[in-house]
Write a protein that binds this ligand. Structure first.
Ligand code: NAP
Length: 324
C-alpha cells in the first residue's frame, strides 16, 4: 500500500479509501452486500493496508456505519474513519436531515452510536444546505471538534463558490475549516477541474473523489455497462452524464490502453486518478474482494504523460452532476 497526507490535516491515509456504500442492507439497494460479506471486504482491506474508510449515516439507513464499526473492532486506532450527514434519515422527522445545529448534533450522536466510537476522524457535510446559514453549520461543527467528537470536518459535492464562502466564513469567525472535499471526479466526469479542484489546491484541501470508476462505467466496455446487478439496477449510473459528450470515446480509450498494458479497465481509470496531483485518495466502491485487490495493484501502473493526454483527449464538457 502507498500512503499520503490528507490535505493539511497531517493524517496519513492509504491512497485507496474504501467506500462503504457497497455494504449494509440489500433492502436499501439491491446490489449492496449484507453484513458478513461487508465485514469480509473490510477485513481484506485492512490486510492490504487500506486504513481509510468512508461511510455516511444514510448508507443502508445506518447499517453501513454499524457494520463498519464492528468490522474495525481491534483496529480502531490504526484506521481513519470518515462519515457524513445531511440527507434526511427519518421521513417523518425533517430535523433528521439538513445541517442545522440540531440536525448535526443529533446525527453526529447517532453516527457515533452506530459506529461504536467516541470520535470520528472526518465528519463531512454530504451536500450544501440551502435552508441553514453556513455560519450556523460551521459553529455546530466547530463545537463538535472542540468537544472531541470529531477530529476534522470535510465537505462534499457543492459549487466552488459555496465552498469558498464556507472556508472564508471559518477564517472570519475563527472556526475549524473544512479540511477535505469529497467530490464527483473521474475520467468520464471532469467538470470539477474548472473551479473546485484548483480551489482545493490553493487552499490545501485534501481531495477524495467519489465514484472514481464512474459507478462502473469505466470498468467495462460501454455496451456492457448493464451486465452486472448494479449496472442493471442503479439509476444513478444512468443519471450521471457518463454517456454524454466524449464519454463513450473515453471508455473505448480506457479499454484500448488496458489491453495494451495487459491490465483491467478499472485499473487504468484508477491509475489516471493516482497520477492527478490534486487527488489525495479516491474512494473506491466495490462489492468484490478481487476488485479491491485490482485497485491496490493499480497503484503500480505507470502512465506516461502521453498516456494521460490520450485518455483525456476525447472528453467534452457535460452538464454538472452530483450536486445542485
Ligand atoms: N459524497 C457523495 O455524494 C458520494 C456519492 C457516491 C459515492 N460516494 C462514496 O464513494 C464510494 C464509491 O462510489 P461508487 O461505488 O459509486 O463508485 P465507483 O467506485 O466509481 O464504482 C463502483 C463500481 O465499479 C465496479 N468496480 C470496482 N472495481 C472494479 C474492478 N476492478 N473491475 C470491475 N468492476 C469494478 C464495482 O463493481 P463490483 O461491486 O462488482 O466491484 C461497482 O459497480 C462510495 O462507496 C461512497 O463511499 C460518495
Amino acid at each position: 500500500m502507498e500512503y499520503t497526507t490528507l490535505g493539511s490535516t497531517g493524517t496519513t491515509v492509504s491512497k485507496i479509501c474504501l467506500g462503504c456504500m457497497s455494504f449494509g442492507d440489500s433492502d436499501w439497494r439491491e446490489w449492496v452486500l449484507d453484513e458478513a460479506e461487508g465485514k469480509a471486504l473490510v477485513k481484506r482491506a485492512l490486510e492490504l493496508g487500506v486504513n481509510f474508510f468512508d461511510t455516511a449515516n444514510m448508507y443502508s439507513n445506518g447499517e453501513s456505519e454499524r457494520i463498519l464499526g464492528e468490522a474495525l473492532e481491534g483496529h480502531r486506532e490504526e484506521s481513519v474513519v470518515a462519515t457524513k450527514a445531511y440527507f434526511q434519515m427519518d421521513e417523518t422527522d425533517p430535523n433528521s436531515g439538513g445541517l442545522s445545529r440540531k440536525a448535526i448534533e443529533q446525527e453526529l450522536e447517532n453516527s457515533l452510536d452506530r459506529l461504536g466510537m467516541e470520535t470520528i476522524d472526518l465528519f463531512q457535510i454530504h451536500r450544501w444546505d440551502y435552508e441553514t446559514p453556513i455560519e450556523e453549520t460551521l459553529a455546530a461543527l466547530d463545537d463538535a471538534v472542540r468537544r472531541g467528537k470529531v477530529r476534522h470536518i470535510g465537505a462534499s459535492s457543492m459549487w466552488a463558490h459555496q465552498f469558498a464562502e464556507a472556508l472564508h466564513a471559518s477564517d472570519r469567525e475563527g472556526y475549524d475549516r473544512f479540511a477535505t472535499m469529497q467530490n464527483h471526479y473521474n475520467l468520464a466526469y471532469r467538470e470539477e477541474e474548472r473551479e473546485t479542484l484548483p480551489l482545493c489546491e490553493q487552499e490545501g484541501i485534501g481531495v477524495m473523489p467519489w465514484s472514481p470508476l464512474a459507478r462502473g462505467y469505466l470498468t467495462r466496455p460501454h455496451e456492457d455497462v448493464d451486465a452486472t446487478l448494479r449496472g442493471e439496477t442503479e439509476e444513478h449510473l444512468y443519471e450521471h452524464p457518463y454517456r454524454e459528450g466524449g464519454g463513450p470515446a473515453v471508455n473505448e480509450r480506457v479499454a484500448e490502453l488496458a489491453d495494451e498494458k495487459g491490465v483491467k479497465m478499472a485499473q487504468i481509470a484508477l491509475a489516471w486518478l493516482f497520477h492527478k496531483e490534486w487527488v489525495d485518495t479516491p474512494i473506491v466502491g466495490t462489492t468484490s474482494v478481487e476488485h479491491l485487490e485490482d485497485a491496490v495493484e493499480a497503484l503500480d501502473i505507470d502512465l506516461s504523460a502521453s498516456d494521460v493526454e490520450w485518455l483525456e483527449e476525447p472528453y467534452e464538457p457535460v452538464r454538472v452532476s452530483g450536486h445542485e
